[in-house]
Design a protein around this ligand. Structure first.
Ligand SMILES: [Zn+2]
Ligand SMILES: [Zn+2]
Ligand SMILES: [Zn+2]
Ligand SMILES: [Zn+2]
Length: 226
C-alpha cells in the first residue's frame, strides 16, 4: 500500500477549469464537494483544491497512508480502522480467557499484556468509545452510517434510498464493512486483535474458522480516477 498525497478524487472538467470531489480511501464516502472552479493545469488545480478545502476534511493514517474521514479514523493511535481494530477495554484475558482486574496492565493468571499496543509501542490504555465519539469516531458512529456506493454520500442507516442520486442503498453499515475485514467474536461481535485466543469482552474462546475475515475483499470501494 502506498501513501498518496490526496484522498481519492474525481475531477470534473469545466470550461473555466476543474472541480473536484474527494473520497475517503477506506469508506468511499465523499466529504465535501469543492465548489470553486480553479483555473490552470489539472495537477496544479488539484493541489490547490486539496490544500484549501480537501485536506481539512480528512485524516491520514500513519500506518498505511490512506486519507480517511473521521468515522473510520482512530484518534487514539492515529490509524485507520483497517490497520487498527478498536480495542475494547478487556474484561477477559485474550490469551487465557480468565477474568481480569479492571485496571490491570497484565493478566494476573498468565502474565500476558492486556493493553492494545498500536504501532511503535504507542499505547491506547483506556480507549473509551464515548471519548472517541466526540471526534465523530467509534463503533456507534459507524453503526449509524452507511455510504451510497454510487455517489459516495454518507447517509443514515435508516434511509432506503440515497437522497442525492436515488440509488437504492444496501443495509450494510460502515461497521459491517469494517467487521468483514477483521476477526470478530462469534458470540458478541467484538473485534479481535490478531492472535487473540479468547474474546476480551465475553471471554469465550475464539473460533477462527467461524469468523468471516476476508482480506482485501471489500466490495464497493470507491474508484479512483486519476
Ligand atoms: Zn491505515
Ligand atoms: Zn491470561
Ligand atoms: Zn448516492
Ligand atoms: Zn465475545
Amino acid at each position: 500500500m502506498q501513501s498518496s498525497k490526496t484522498a481519492n478524487y474525481k475531477a470534473v472538467a469545466d470550461q473555466a477549469g476543474h472541480r473536484f470531489l474527494f473520497y475517503c480511501q477506506v469508506s468511499g464516502a465523499h466529504v465535501r464537494i469543492t465548489k470553486e472552479i480553479y483555473p490552470g493545469q489539472l495537477e496544479e488545480a488539484l493541489g490547490l483544491a486539496w490544500k484549501e478545502e480537501g485536506c481539512w476534511q480528512f485524516n491520514q493514517c500513519r500506518r498505511c497512508g490512506k486519507w480517511v474521514i473521521d468515522a473510520v479514523f482512530n484518534t487514539e493511535i492515529l490509524e485507520c480502522v483497517e490497520c487498527a481494530p478498536y480495542e475494547a477495554e478487556p474484561k477477559f484475558c485474550k490469551t487465557c480467557g480468565m477474568k481480569i482486574r479492571k485496571t490491570a496492565r497484565c493478566c494476573q493468571h498468565c502474565g500476558s499484556k492486556l493493553i492494545y499496543v498500536g504501532t511503535e509501542g504507542h499505547h491506547a490504555p483506556e480507549t473509551s468509545f464515548k471519548k472517541l465519539e466526540k471526534f465523530g469516531f467509534g463503533p456507534n458512529v459507524m453503526k449509524k452510517n452507511k455510504v451510497c456506493l454510487r455517489c459516495g454520500r454518507l447517509v443514515g442507516t435508516r434511509l432506503p434510498v440515497c437522497p442525492d442520486c436515488n440509488e437504492k442503498l444496501s443495509s450494510e453499515t460502515l461497521f459491517d464493512r469494517y467487521k468483514r475485514r477483521h476477526w470478530s467474536c462469534s458470540h458478541c461481535d467484538t473485534i479481535l486483535t490478531p492472535g487473540s485466543r479468547y474474546c476480551p469482552n465475553c471471554g469465550k474462546p475464539v473460533l477462527k474458522k467461524a469468523v468471516g475475515y476476508q482480506e482485501n475483499n471489500l466490495k464497493g470501494d470507491s474508484e479512483n480516477e486519476t
